[in-house]
Ligand binder design. Structure first.
Ligand SMILES: Cc1ncc(COP(=O)(O)O)c(C=O)c1O
Length: 244
């Protein structure tokens, strides 16, 4: 969204929801960066709304490039294939063996990219996707399918079955973007001990999953665990009241 400004392009966002009188959190940032916002209250109609907008822009002589939800397509996931390579290189330099990687998993692209990347560069490492919205099986299916598409896209002989994908869906709480007590406690803990800011929608819930597994002793034998901070910290300002 932000980088289009450097490329002198326009950015249109189709958002599921209603316009806010005074935009907060990420909406405020979209506004400051000059993105053109379009709202669709019915989530199931968002793909259609995107198609309509693409057609409208073409009709007035524009050349739109459509990025689907979460950029969860093979091209959009390549950055996270590369991130596994970076983790492998950095851990080798530091002489540590990374056995587990934790991340917040929503529309599957981040995890699918990492799954492919770890097969290539960190074959002994296990990825733990902490679901922020979808039941385990649904997300396992999405990640394995996209993982297979990425492998084909980059011409690698890698194949995933659903059961190869580890998803933890017990940290979602009441639903997507509804903060949990454990997630918010994890946010305070990271702020107070590491000076790192997480958010209640994604990274806070993922960190609460990692902390829970540490408490249960599930990771006791691990030499090194990596938590991927996938960003999105400004979203915390939408959820201030949930901390009090
Ligand atoms: C901060 C943050 N973390 C994690 C994710 C999950 O990524 P994905 O949708 O690729 O699963 C998102 C998606 O929007 C995000 O904003």
């Amino acid at each position: 969204m932000a980088f289009v400004n450097v490329l002198n392009m326009d950015c249109h966002l189709i958002l599921n929801g209603e316009p806010q009188e005074e935009p907060q959190g990420n909406l405020f940032i979209y506004d400051v960066f000059g993105a053109k916002l379009h709202y669709e209250p019915d989530e199931s109609k968002c793909p259609e709304a995107c198609e309509d907008l693409v057609a409208e822009l073409k009709a007035v002589g524009k050349n739109p490039y459509y990025v689907p939800l979460g950029a969860s397509i093979p091209l959009g996931s390549l950055g996270y294939v590369e991130s596994a390579k970076e983790i492998a290189e950095q851990s080798e330099i530091q002489g540590i063996k990374v056995q587990h990687i934790f991340l917040a998993s929503g529309s599957s692209g981040t995890q699918a990219g990492l799954e492919v990347g770890t097969k290539l560069y960190l074959p002994e490492c296990k990825i733990h996707g902490i679901s922020v919205s979808r039941p385990r099986e649904e997300l396992q299916k999405m990640v394995s399918q996209l993982g297979n598409e990425i492998a084909e896209y980059i011409d690698k002989e890698i194949h995933f079955e659903m059961d190869d994908i580890c998803i933890h869906d017990e940290y979602i709480g009441e639903g997507y973007a509804i903060p949990t007590k454990a997630g918010n406690e994890a946010i305070r803990l990271l702020g107070n001990t590491e000076a790192i800011l997480l958010n209640p929608v994604y990274t806070g819930k993922a960190m609460s999953g990692l902390i829970d597994m540490l408490k249960k002793g599930i990771l006791d034998d691990a030499e090194a665990v990596v938590f991927i901070h996938t960003g999105g910290s400004p979203a915390i300002f939408n959820f201030i009241e949930s901390f009090y």
